[in-house]
Design a protein. Structure first.
Ligand code: NAD
Ligand code: MG
Length: 397
């Protein structure tokens, strides 16, 4: 196996740290060329000393000066850059063949898109990038012979359960549908009347997965599953009506593919993101991930339920955005990001998240979007409208 050269976008986050943990176990196979963080410079500093990348990227010039000084004093040769343009450069470096896209939210779109344009192997955790830019992103992947491998556990499971030579034609492969599993998050069975009063801490306490704050709140509203329906649509060319969300509270089955002959193929494992990360890093080979083997005797029971669209309105909004197409998914995603941030800052109640997204989608009718610029314009407009609604809501209090 040749050594793979990596850029890690979002190295200081939950997925970034798990990625480096897998790489640490296989330092003969992977070389880190660039580590990109944002503001957590202590963690980035430690990562730079351990993985000795050629480049490190932080949010701004002030932080860049701070970390560069510390690295120099520690005898490190890592060069420090800063800002969104540096992320784009790191994702397109000629010496890099593989880009782990693990920035959270819309901020990850420009560098992940740049990786596609540069024809890289993209390990995609940053689902928001694909949700926002679906057709534009997939066209960039195709036209530049980039390779897109899903890190999201469900999509990685689907990828593993599809035929090895799957080309995006369901009928030809005898596939009748996808079952996308969801844990249901921390509020699956909480009384509906209580939801208005839940706190960010309660929303972030996911029953099975330890993740960044934004995706944890998305799991609690089930917007995460909505984003994943859109993600699955673009990754595997599956129409929305062939993607069924299934609540499976144990998170052991990570998703399933149904075939016309009645066969159902699934991927199972302990809920640990190092499994899909190791799978995508080594693909088509296999490497150990450091994950405990699944003990099916300990698990013993697996449950399945239909999702409740009343409890989780975000799920319906995501299906709507997919149906509306054009810039609608970008609008929805931006409104969600702003609303989730406001909830985390205790400016709005949990139940206002879906209400704000719905309002933004009603105010901004879908338009076609055939370029990255049009997608980014929809993103900023939706952010503006969502922020305005939040200010109004706060004034009413
Ligand atoms: P996180 O919040 O733990 O980490 C986010 C990373 O992005 C950090 O390194 C942060 O520095 C960086 N970042 C944030 N804002 C940035 C900006 N404006 N510019 C540059 N960098 C920025 O999030 P996470 O849980 O690791 O999730 C990352 C992505 O992976 C998300 O899109 C999420 O939906 C997806 N994902 C995560 C998990 C999981 O288990 N954590 C599972 C599936 C998918
Ligand atoms: Mg997932």
């Amino acid at each position: 196996m040749t050594v793979r050269n990596l850029t890690i976008l979002g190295s200081t986050g939950s997925i970034g740290v798990s990625t480096l943990d897998v790489i640490r176990q296989h330092s003969d196979k992977y070389r880190v060329i660039a580590l990109c963080g944002h503001h957590q410079i202590d963690r980035l500093f430690d990562q730079c000393l351990e993985f000795k990348p050629d480049y490190a990227v932080v949010r701004d010039e002030v932080l860049a000066k701070q970390i560069a000084g510390r690295l120099l004093a520690a005898g490190s040769a890592t060069r420090v850059e800063h800002g969104p343009d540096a992320l784009v450069r790191m994702a397109s470096l000629p010496e890099v063949d593989t880009v782990m896209a693990a920035i959270v939210g819309a901020a990850g779109l420009p560098p992940t898109f740049a990786a596609a344009i540069a024809g890289k192997k993209i390990l995609l955790a940053n689902k928001e990038a694909l949700v926002m830019a679906g057709p534009v992103f997939m066209r960039a992947v195709r036209e530049n012979a980039a390779v897109l491998l899903p890190i999201d556990s469900e999509h990685n499971a689907i990828f593993q359960s599809l035929p090895f030579d799957y080309t995006g034609n369901l009928e030809k492969s005898g596939i009748s549908g996808i079952l996308l599993t969801a844990s249901g998050g921390p509020f699956r069975s909480r009384a509906l009347a209580d939801l208005a009063n839940v706190t960010p801490e309660q929303a972030c306490a996911h029953p099975n997965w330890v993740m960044g704050q934004k995706i944890s709140v998305d799991s609690a509203t089930m917007m995460n599953k909505g984003l994943e329906v859109i993600e699955a649509h673009w990754l595997f060319n599956v129409p929305a009506d062939k993607i069924q969300v299934v609540i499976h509270p144990q998170s052991v089955i990570h998703s399933l593919v149904q075939y016309v002959d009645g066969s159902v193929i699934a991927e199972l494992g302990n809920p640990d993101m190092r499994t899909p990360i190791a799978h995508a890093l080594a693909y088509p080979d296999r490497i150990s991930a450091g994950v405990e083997p699944l003990n099916i005797f300990d698990i013993a029971t697996l449950n399945f339920e239909r999702p409740d669209f009343e409890r989780f309105p975000c799920l319906g909004l995501a299906y709507r955005a997919l149906r509306e197409a054009g810039n609608s998914p970008a609008t929805m995603n931006a409104a969600n990001e702003v609303a989730v941030q406001a909830f985390l800052e205790r400016k709005i109640p949990f139940t206002a998240i879906s209400a704000i997204i719905a309002k933004v989608m009603n105010v901004l009718p879908p338009k076609t979007a055939d370029s990255l610029d049009e997608i980014l314009a929809a993103d900023s407009l939706a952010r503006e409208v969502a922020s305005g609604l939040i200010t109004e809501l706060q004034a009413d209090e």
